[in-house]
Design a protein. Sequence first.
Length: 510
Amino acid sequence: MSGGLLVAGTTSDAGKSVVTAGICRWLVRRGVKVAPFKGQNMSLNSFVTREGAEIGRAQAMQAQAARVEPSALMNPVLLKPGSDRSSQVVLMGKPVGELSARGYHGGRQEALLGTVVDCLERLRGTYDAVICEGAGSPAEINLRRTDIVNMGIARAARLPVVVVGDIDRGGVFASFFGTTALLSREDQALVAGYIVNKFRGDVSLLQPGIDMLRGLTGRHTYGILPFAHGLGIDEEDGLRVSLRGAVRESVVAPPVGEDVLRIAVCAVPLMSNFTDVDALAAEPGVIVRFVDRPEELADADLVVVPGTRGTVRALEWLRERGLARELARRAAEGRPVLGICGGYQLLGEHIEDDVESRAGSVTGLGLLPVRVRFAAEKTLARPAGEALGERVEGYEIHHGVAEVLGGDRFICDDDGNGLDGCRVGAVWGTHWHGALESDGFRRRFLERVASAAGRRFVPAPDTSFGVLREEQLDRLGDLIEEHADTDALLRLIEQGAPAGLPFIAPGAPA
């Protein structure tokens, strides 16, 4: 087969990422060589490919669903918000500057369409099928002129489009109809139909609505996917940790030891790569929650300060809310704290930032003997080493360069030379995202945490984060295979949108 498909949505968080991943896993199980694609992504959850390119984590996980190595071609434009009004623009995996929303949509975005189309065509020249994910809604008519991720790319590449709607929110039929009716005649000609997501109950009760939608729009409903607890891949934004939710519901075994382990994650502003804690929550007996008040740290056995796109802003936020005092108290009492990337930087003594916040010299929390200087060039790497006697792998995404002045550099190379990290007492810090996905290291680390916290917690000896993630992706593939009209989807991917689809008034100007 040869073809493509754009998975659009009635809204943000309608389920586009999940459906795209599910279609990729379903196709690859059929023997189809398939790749994911998202022309433009806005997310603080990112990943580093083997060639050192930064892309959205959702596309990296979709690549895993497709059983292919992720690349910059799969997400050529990534926007990383630094405030309500501006974002860092990452082009082909490398940062190229900061732009306001007006500056980006006022001309830069439209100029990137050629790059986006070229990346998609290169993928289509290599793979049998490319499953593209849209962003937000294709009916954001105020942004249609410069669109490069929804109907803009669909028109440029002649991609058929299916629109996903979250029926659990309500109003899905109005959303399907309204989304279609707000598109121009040319855009509507590519919208082949719809997928209902998160349906609960008896499908037969939904059928009258499906039939009426078909009568009103002349378009097919390609699937009614049931509500399934905990299904998902790495989220683009928000505080939900989808894999954690799945593991908490699917792993029913009690703690191996006598105690549970409670982990509190500080919900700092511009939190990035919060999926780092998914691997902790994968362990039976580990309870992970996000917190924003100092009293919520009182019963925590471990406090995690996660990554952030605004290290200095997060530092101010911790102080304003009284969380900084509580972290200092914990450190003085020998109670575990872990800082990851930006969280590691703010645990240090001093920050020199003329790049991210342009705040200049800033005093850190002083819990680790580390001084941080922000460099103009971003570090993007996929390192590996040894920590606590176990192999550990991760990825780095940061401007801050750490000068470690003391403590234990607990991540080392094969010769025992320090690679990253700093530990003093029960306070740990590392620039490496994803390190806790290394099963052996995670178990040894949790043993140290339990010992310092005085908990009789024992990590399960057989928890494999990689296996759990594969099970998640297989469940997504099962959803498509069992609840979508797969024959019709295959025809759509191979042949494009059906000819003669009706125009729904009023439509938008061409």
